[in-house]
Write a protein that binds this ligand. Structure first.
Ligand SMILES: [Ca+2]
Ligand SMILES: [Ca+2]
Length: 236
């Protein structure tokens, strides 16, 4: 237990003949804090997975999703705090039941970063077990990062993970077959996507099917899946 207004808490540990006292700094509100604040870009890194660990982050809330599972909110670094590397994302999801933060709040978060196949990450970079302190409200949203058609491919979206993005040119709705059941829309860049065999005649010899296969791969790089964040098994 700490005294109201205390700036630190002393915890005594005793084991056999060994005794030690650990001092944990506290914020004015008595919320745990770490000595060092880490930029989200350093947690996200330039690779496929976030760097697991215990971190303190200070960033702006960009979206709150309290009714989803997992519930939580997104934060993104203020524009002044982004690094110079476009391959490192500046945003991250904070998994939290009943989040009380609002868009525009600048928050200090102490928690554990992870990115793996288990809940609540599901291969998204997340901060779990967060202690959240609101530092200020009404802050401007961080700027969008623009995704150009030439930039986009299946190997690149990781660098935009959790960030506010906008597209450099209009997208085309190219498939709606999974909309009713799964809430999914296929969007494409540079106009509509056609079935490869609509654009080239399938050769008789399978070894020559490389052309339609190449077309299909090129089409995949132009495709974006827009998912509703919940789905139903009911057929409509
Ligand atoms: Ca920051
Ligand atoms: Ca970056």
């Amino acid at each position: 237990m700490t005294t109201p207004g205390a700036t630190q808490a002393n915890i005594s540990l005793t084991h056999a003949n060994v005794a030690a006292t650990v001092t944990i700094p506290l914020t004015a509100n008595g919320i745990a804090s770490l000595a060092e604040t880490t930029k989200i870009s350093a947690i996200q890194g330039a690779g496929d997975q976030a760097v697991a660990g215990n971190y303190q982050v200070e960033a702006v809330v960009t979206g709150v999703y309290g009714t989803l599972s997992p519930a939580g909110f997104y934060v993104q670094e203020e524009d002044a705090d982004i690094d110079a590397d476009p391959n490192t994302s500046e945003g991250i999801f904070v998994a939290m039941e009943d989040p009380t933060v609002k868009v525009g709040d600048k928050v200090r978060i102490v928690g554990v970063a992870q990115e793996n196949g288990s809940s609540p990450s599901f291969n998204q970079a997340v901060i779990v077990e967060p202690a959240v302190e609101i530092l200020s409200s009404g802050n401007p949203a961080p700027a969008f990062v623009t995704v150009s058609n030439a930039d986009y491919s299946t190997t690149l979206p990781e660098r935009f993970e959790g960030m506010r993005v906008q597209f450099a040119s209009p997208l085309t709705i190219s498939e709606v077959s999974r909309l009713a059941q799964y809430g999914e829309l296929s969007l494409s860049m540079d106009g509509n996507i056609y079935v490869p065999t609509q654009m080239t005649i399938l050769p008789a010899e399978p070894v020559l099917w490389v052309l339609p296969t190449r077309l299909r791969f090129k089409h995949m790089l132009r495709r974006i899946l827009l998912k509703r964040l919940f789905w139903t098994t009911a057929q409509v």
